[in-house]
Design a protein around this ligand. Structure first.
Ligand code: ADP
Ligand code: MG
Length: 471
């Protein structure tokens, strides 16, 4: 096997086996350099990637590559030399013909005219499907309020496909776990020995276009209509693509008629996808549409701890809390931040302090050093106490009078809402109260807000007071 191809195949394997943030941060873009004796040399983007690959991913890369090559090799990583920017020669630098305007550029050399080679029609290879990222399972999917329903539907399908929800349509923004959930269902169905096809809508489109070009639409149909389950990711891609939509419509019907499970994901609901044929939209809405949103702070913490554990890394709780409170949107960014923080501290051998982690986050993610309200947890507790005319000591102490208890509940609610502080953090700041006590208080305030509009007005005034203090 050509070593260049072997490396590309290995990259393909790694992409499937690693989670996406790890793959993209450390592996993507690595290039084959040389294969001499039993040493296979690969160049990577920078010294961080080199270290990370050598220290954490060496065995995985080495075994994947050896398997592809069918012989045991050692892998050597080198840092890519920056490629000098290609530069056109300015004519006035080496040619003093003065009738040309200064700054005009030399025309590129004329292209050699090529005879179109005669290529034999190749057999059509479809996008490989049915290979799932080993990290994307139902067990590793952290469930919280943001994704409960979607997860329950995924579990139901995994245990009884094509029974209740067909199709399942998963909607969510970037990096909230759509692909993870789709792979997880795919895995689970495959374990039941069902033939599962997983493609992105883009791959489906490309396969279809190639099938038309090479006059092999029959093979295309056999391939896509023959599965027990079809999973299509990023369906929004087919917006405006008439012939792909037409084909997908027939594929959908063929599978649905045979009682095969169909699962789709997109960054928006079917009716928000522009230029989607009505009949396809109505098919997509036949089953269940579930939404994934950005996970809450507890889930983000849990995800971070799980991803760190997957890498065998040690992630101190305060650092996890810092990352989880600063990166609130995409889980992919959350993972990217985690990887950076772990890598930088491993490489520089600096202890992972809060300040150091803050500096890394602000360098790489331009995350604001100051949270939304420029008040710390203690400031919020103190200000809430003052606002309600009690002392901080009362608030932190054991006093159970109705007024003090109410203020305590409110302070907890504010800390959580305004700072996104975690339950354990708030518990610690309130003199070591348990996380369930904190949760009870928070829920109590939520109930009061729901049942009493004047209570909500009161909170709004307090929030304004906090904001004035902060600015
Ligand atoms: P999307 O397809 O919605 O853009 P992905 O499924 O690619 O997002 O998720 C991005 C990353 O975040 C993946 O590494 C995935 O494992 C992780 N992730 C997202 N949601 C969760 C979750 N609830 N539990 C665990 N990991 C998650
Ligand atoms: Mg995705």
């Amino acid at each position: 096997m050509d070593p260049h191809d072997a490396w590309l195949a290995t990259l393909g394997q790694l992409e499937i086996q690693l989670n996406r943030a790890t793959y993209e941060t450390w592996v993507a873009g690595a290039e084959f350099v040389a294969y001499e004796g039993d040493t296979f040399t690969v160049s990577v983007r920078n010294a961080y990637a080199k270290d990370w690959l050598e220290q954490r991913l060496y065995r995985l890369v080495q075994t994947s590559l050896s398997t592809v090559l069918r012989e045991e090799v050692q892998v050597r990583f080198v840092v890519q030399q920056p490629v000098p920017r290609r530069r056109f020669t300015r004519l006035d630098e080496d040619d003093d013909e003065d009738f040309r305007p200064p700054g005009s550029y030399a025309a590129p050399p004329p292209r050699a005219t090529l005879e179109a080679p005669v290529i034999e029609k190749p057999a059509l290879h479809f996008t490989p499907t049915g290979r799932f990222n080993a990290d994307y399972t139902l067990a590793s999917f952290v469930v919280g309020a943001a994704n409960e329903l979607a997860f329950a539907a995924a579990e139901a399908i995994a245990s009884a496909p094509a029974r209740q929800y067909n199709p399942l349509f998963v909607v969510g923004g970037v990096g909230v776990g759509k692909t993870h959930l789709l792979h997880a269902i795919g895995h689970a169905l495959q374990e039941r020995c069902l033939e599962v096809l997983y493609v992105s809508a883009e791959d489906f489109t490309n396969d279809f276009v190639r099938a038309i070009k090479t006059k092999q639409t029959e093979a295309f149909r056999n391939h896509y209509r023959d599965a027990a389950a079809l999973i299509i990711d990023d369906v929004q891609f087919i917006a405006g693509k008439e012939s792909t939509q037409e084909e997908l419509f027939h594929t959908f019907n063929a599978l649905h008629n045979r009682n095969c499970q169909i699962i789709l994901a997109a960054d928006r609901r079917p009716r928000q996808i522009d230029a989607l044929q009505d009949r396809l939209r109505s098919r997509f809405e036949w089953g269940l549409t579930v939404e994934l949103s950005a996970p809450d702070i507890e889930s983000r913490l849990h995800i971070l701890q799980q991803k760190a554990a997957q890498q065998g890394a040690d992630l101190p709780l305060p650092i996890a809390e810092l990352i989880a409170s600063r990166l609130r949107g995409s889980v992919r960014d959350l993972e990217g931040a985690l990887n950076q923080v772990l890598a930088q501290s491993a490489l520089t051998r600096q202890p992972l302090t809060r300040d150091y982690a803050e500096a890394i986050l602000s360098d790489f993610f331009h995350v604001e050093l100051n949270p939304r309200v420029r008040l710390g947890l203690e400031d919020i507790l103190h200000a809430t106490a003052t606002y309600h005319q009690i002392t901080l000591d009362d608030l932190l102490g054991k006093e159970r009078s109705k007024h003090v208890a109410t203020v305590r509940h409110i302070a907890i609610y504010m800390a959580r809402e305004e700072l996104d502080a975690t339950l354990p953090e708030i518990g610690r700041a309130l003199g070591g109260r348990s996380h369930s006590t904190i949760l009870n208080s928070y829920n109590k305030v939520c109930e009061w807000i729901a049942s009493d509009p004047t209570f909500d007005d009161n909170l709004r005034a307090l929030r304004q007071y906090l904001q004035n203090l902060a600015s």
